[in-house]
Each structure stands twice: as C-alpha cells, then as structure tokens.
Design a protein around this ligand. Sequence first.
Ligand code: M3P
Ligand code: FE
Length: 314
Amino acid sequence: MGVMRIGHANLKVMDIEAALRHYERVLGMKETMRDDAGNVYLKCWDEWDKYSVILTPSDQAGLQHLAYKVEHDADLDSLQQRVEAYGIATEMLPDGALPAIGRTLKFALPSGHEIRLYAHKEQVGTSVGSLNPDPWPDDIPGSAVHWLDHCLLMCELNPETGVNRVAENTRFMRECLDFHLAEQVMVGSGNSIQAATWMFRSSTPHDIAFVGGPRNGLHHIAFFLDDWADVLKSADVMAKNKVKMDVAPTRHGITRGTTIYFFDPSGNRNETFAGLGYLAQPDRPVTTWTEDQLGRGIFYHSGELNEAFTTVYT
Ligand code: M3P
Ligand code: FE
C-alpha cells in the first residue's frame, strides 16, 4: 500500500520540561520514553504505536523531521527507488537509528523539510486496549486528543522569482509517494499559482498540507478530537492553562474541520480539530479555492485571514 499515515513529528523545543507539561496537560499525551540525548517521546491515548511526538532539546523551535508509516517493509525499497529516480537523494537508516522503530528511509522534500518513512514501530497499545475496550479511558487530562492527525508545512513561495515549493512538494508527493490532492488554493493572475495544497493517503482530507509563505518552516501539527464540544472543551483547557491561543474555535471551509490553533511554550503551533471533514477517496474531484474566497476557505465564519496566521511560524 505504501504510506499509511502520519507516524510522528520531531519538534525542537527550548525548554523540555515546559514542553512536556504542555503536551501532557494541555493535549493529554503520555510520556512513553526518554533517551540519553534528552529526547522525550509521547503518545496520545488512542494511538497504539509507541510515540507520535518526539521533543528534542534545542536553542530554537521548529520541526526536526516528520515521519510517515508505510504498510510493508518492502515498501521502503520500492519508495527509495522512486524517490532516487525522481532525483532526490535518500539514505536508509538502520533498524533502531531512532528508538523503537525499524529501518527508516530518510530524504528531504523539494522544500528541504526532512521526511522519514518507516514500516515498524514498537506497539504498546491504546489506553483502552483491544479486548472488549471502553470507548474512552479515564484519567486523561486536558484536551484528551485521540491521535496526531496531520502536519502543515510552510513552503517558500515567491511569485516574483517563480519559486514555488508548494507546487514542487505537491508534485513530488503525488508522483513518488502516491498521495492524492484533496484541496488546493490557486492565486495570482488567472488563478495560476498553486499556493496551498491538502493531500491524503488515508481516508481523511489531509495527512499533510503545504502552504506558501516567505520561508520554509512548520505551520502546525494537528491532533484529532471527536466533535465540536471537544473543540470547545479544548479551548477551555487552554484558557485554564494560560496557553497562547492563536485562533479561537471556528470552522475551516477547506477540509470542513472545526478547529483551534495555539502555541506550545517554544512557539510551535498546534491545532486541535474535530470531524472527519469528508471521506476522502482517490477519485474525488479536487476542491479548488480561489484567492478572492481564501478568507472563507481558511476561516469560514469570519471570512477574514489574520495576518499573523500565515506569517508567524517556526
Ligand atoms: C488547516 C486544516 C492555513 C490553513 C490551514 C488549514 C495554514 O490547518 O487542518 O485544514 O492557511
Ligand atoms: Fe490543520
């Protein structure tokens, strides 16, 4: 099958204990291990693999790498050939290069963001288990997010020089990793510039998204909640914990998610969002948003983009 879903995000954080408190108390994740280099590994209650976030001590915030899980070990070999044939250098890291995961294919997207693909990660089970499980566990603090759902990468876009890493990444994901395009934003004269894309391998509208901006970076990592009431509760949790909220609860036109954006203590943006959006199927016609309707696409109710939303990121 190739890529199945997002596997983990490795975030750089400036204060590891403050970051850990945030991901534990505000999101409701659990620490599952630490390594000698001081990295902390966490998972959400509804995930069965050992971790979906790695916090790495650093002097700056941002994304170190983003990992996706493939279905079969042999997928790593066929994808390596395809990525190399596309003209992108790869490296196969040995089993255990990262704790608890098997051999890993490492390469950079055309935008320079580091991607890793792996087939095996130690399974520790969800918090409700797999035998006659309850629908939700007790004693999960904060927003009690289900799983890491997607990541949005900011990609250099400069219509004057013609640099468009959004379009380059989108083409690469489609041609090499068999991602499907769910939605796109087209801007410029004749709506000819692909300024943002939402792409999937699973059955939800996006497993990864790319948005054009002044430089490459991380816009946000997003965690899944069941419904709008959970999004409201998540906002309450943020207010209680004095978390800096970027956008109060609202709805995206794009992907239809109900959502909140906020920051971890290092300034990495998080999103908690709810709803399937729609069942994303490979033959679904691509949804296009034009520049004049972009505000509604991003924030459906206000129809207005706040400047900081696409200019402030790590
Ligand atoms: C989402 C989403 C931007 C749009 C973001 C949309 C950064 O996060 O989950 O659909 O313009
Ligand atoms: Fe998102």
